[in-house]
Design a protein around this ligand. Sequence first.
Ligand code: NAD
Length: 362
Amino acid sequence: MSKAFNIVILPGDGIGPEVMAEVRKVMKWLEDNRGLSFDIYEDNIGGAAYDQYGVPLADHTLEKAMNSDAVLLGAVGGTAWDNVDYDKRPEAGLLKIRKKMDLYANLRPAIVFDALVDASTLKEDIVKGLDILIVRELTGGVYFGEPRGIEELPNGERRGFNTQTYTSSEIHRIAKVAFEMARKRNNKVTSCEKANVMESGKLWREEVTNLHKSGYSDIELSHMYADNCAMQLCRNPKQFDVIVTDNLFGDILSDEASMLTGSLGMLPSASLGDDGRALYEPVHGSAPDIAGKNIANPLATILSFAMALRYSLDCSEEAELIEKSIQNILNNGIRTIDIMGEGCKQVSTSQMGDALIKEMAK
Ligand code: NAD
């Protein structure tokens, strides 16, 4: 029986439309060959939306996104909008959609494909076969906590301050996502904070432990100070399965983990909220330097779509088919310019999409 999914596609700016066109090819193939059916609504976001609607995210676009099974986003930004007011800049559209959809869980996998092991700056034996997932809390913590500001002190000095704050329910909902993800992977969660020096970290550790006891004792849980985690990610990243952490530490640790793989054009991400709200996007930006040249790597965006299939659409088999096929074409030496290696065949954005479709059909 055919499954029909409501998908909102927001290609955005720069290379966004180019890489998203390749996702559309994969979707079409899945419709023709796997009995899936996608009801697609496509619209602008970022600079393209500003040019069309005068705002980087129109209300009607947001409403469609809120009511979809998944949002697929390309990237936003570019120098054309450098002089636009801050609240109408392309990036404001991205922040607004994440905030309005209350996407509190940011999932960033760091996977090293065998064929690209040389792209990492770390030694081969440290990263070969790496497959970890960082779950970062995205809507709380020190980036949003009050009070915040910069004030003048009586002695003439200035003082900048922010507040790190988490409630038990905020900790529970993000830890729950991490435990649920671990159940679909290797059953291991490492929770990171600074319980040694921060009260919010102490609460984080206690609440993660409470939730673990009350419903997830089948998962192996360990706690680690965030600074140690940063070190362990370089020393022995394969010790991890799922890492769960707050907004600030997650910002840093997820960038560190993703760079273990060495290639920006290969990194997908997902941001999840309650009631099935979800947005999937590559980690990279709109790459204005290569936009319009048909040379961008579409695999990060296609891998983000694979995450949507797995986490929002309950189509793990199709997600796996995409991921395995990508593995195979890389093993066969097919590369876009950003991941080009000696003796490999350089292909364009659209040729990479075509090669993937051909491989999936095998
Ligand atoms: P970027 O990720 O766009 O590009 C960094 C470098 O990586 C560039 O040299 C680019 O050519 C290359 N690159 C990126 N993606 C690639 C791909 N798929 N294939 C091949 N090469 C790729 O970051 P930036 O240059 O710092 O920012 C450019 C614009 O993107 C800015 O306007 C920024 O605000 C925006 N941005 C948007 C997002 C987003 O939409 N989520 C994220 C980061 C940056």
